[in-house]
Design a protein around this ligand. Structure first.
Ligand code: NAD
Length: 354
């Protein structure tokens, strides 16, 4: 069922100018990756409408980018992703501000991290449990689900867009239907100190994997960015202390990976992991190893498609399992079907309930 393009050959360049003329909506665009996307895509001629709860930063960024790039199609709209109506207002504003009346790419980027009460037992002298604040899950997952639903409302209505295709020509495909998720390395690996963040980012991964097998119905392509720790305000001082000694990644490398996805309309259902730049070489068995910075056989890289094969293995496993279950169903034949139907009707009438 998985509809995806082949693994991305990162040695093949893309042209950032392919975003020219596209209308792009970004949530949480006032800082970090979002702000990086706004700058890069506006500089390359896209219309960018970004939402955020930080009005001061958002307004300033829109003004600065307009001035720096000469592109007046850069707009900030207040948006709290946890509030449905606030997200609706952002999408409506984007359609209104879009020179062609549609949206080509939606980036579900807004996110927060921080103190996670989920594992905290609280004051041991208090007998009654207090209701915890699950804001991290609310922003990082419920907010993303609202964005996803709105993307599936507006992207198929993008005038002049066609169903996404691995055969499209990015240089001549200005109208697109693209949803880009911000996962994390915490989508793929445990995140011990912040289980709520880890769970929310795993949920984003689940959303992406479920959609990439079905979004072809609406002609929408979905892709996922999974950054490692990158130098933005979301990484707290405490985290920086814990991480001391291992370099943080750079926003520009996340922007590079996000621009490849947004610019290249041939990429469907893929994910990229972004970390700090390292000098590496690939062995014959496929394994990557670190080499000295000046080594002639090394290459510098920050972007990887490290986990794609894992997913393909588990997707292939599920497909094989469903195949076996379908074969078992066939072997039971019409007698098995009739037996189950009698059971289902009896259940509906209130019989045989545990
Ligand atoms: N920086 C990292 O190390 C890292 C790693 C992996 C994934 N990510 C993810 O990347 C995304 C962007 O993070 P960043 O590193 O740029 O952080 P950031 O803090 O610089 O930017 C996040 C933006 O989201 C906004 N925001 C927060 N709550 C919001 C809400 N309710 N509604 C709308 N906007 C809201 C903030 O005001 C901020 O401008 C997040 O989803 C984050 O989880 C970051």
């Amino acid at each position: 069922m998985v509809r995806q393009s082949p693994p991305i050959d990162l040695s093949i360049p893309y042209d950032a100018a392919w975003v020219k003329g596209k209308t792009i909506l970004i949530t949480g665009g006032a800082s970090g990756f979002g702000a990086g996307f706004v700058r890069k895509w506006a500089a390359n001629g896209a219309t960018v409408i970004f939402g955020d709860i930080n009005v001061e930063k958002g307004d300033k960024l829109a003004r600065d980018v307009q001035k720096e790039t000469g592109n007046n199609n850069v707009h900030f709209v207040y948006c709290d992703v946890t509030d449905w109506q606030s997200q609706v207002n952002l999408f409506k504003a984007a359609v209104k501000l879009s020179p062609h009346g549609g949206i080509d790419t939606v980036v579900a980027n807004a996110g927060i991290a921080g103190n996670d009460p989920i594992q905290q037992p609280g004051n041991m002298d208090v007998a009654e449990p207090a209701k915890p604040d699950f804001k991290v899950a609310d922003v990082n997952f419920n907010g993303v689900m609202y964005t996803t639903h709105l993307a599936f409302f507006y992207l198929p209505r993008n005038p002049g867009s066609k169903d996404c295709s691995t055969n499209s020509d990015p240089a001549t495909t200005p109208r697109d239907r693209h949803l880009l998720f911000l996962g994390s390395l915490a989508s793929l690996a445990p995140f011990p100190i912040q289980p709520q963040y880890g769970a929310a980012k795993h949920a984003v991964l689940g959303l992406f994997r479920s959609l990439r097998s079905s979004s072809f119905v609406q002609g929408v392509r979905v892709n996922l960015l999974c950054p490692y720790f990158i130098d933005t305000p979301i990484v707290t001082t405490a985290a920086r202390v814990v991480l001391a000694g291992s370099a943080l990644g750079k926003v520009e490398d996340v922007v590079d990976a996000g621009t490849r996805f947004t610019a290249d309309s041939r990429i469907l259902g893929r994910s990229l992991v972004i970390g700090p730049k390292v000098n590496v070489k690939q062995l014959e068995n496929g394994e990557w190893v670190l080499v000295a910075k000046d080594s002639p056989e090394g290459q510098e890289r920050a972007v990887w498609e490290a986990y794609a094969e894992d997913w393909e293995d588990s997707d292939a496993f599920c497909r094989a399992l469903v195949g076996i279950l379908n074969a078992a169903q066939k072997a039971r034949g019409w007698t098995g079907w009739a037996k189950d139907m009698v059971g289902a009707v009896a259940y509906g009438l209130g019989f045989n309930r545990g």
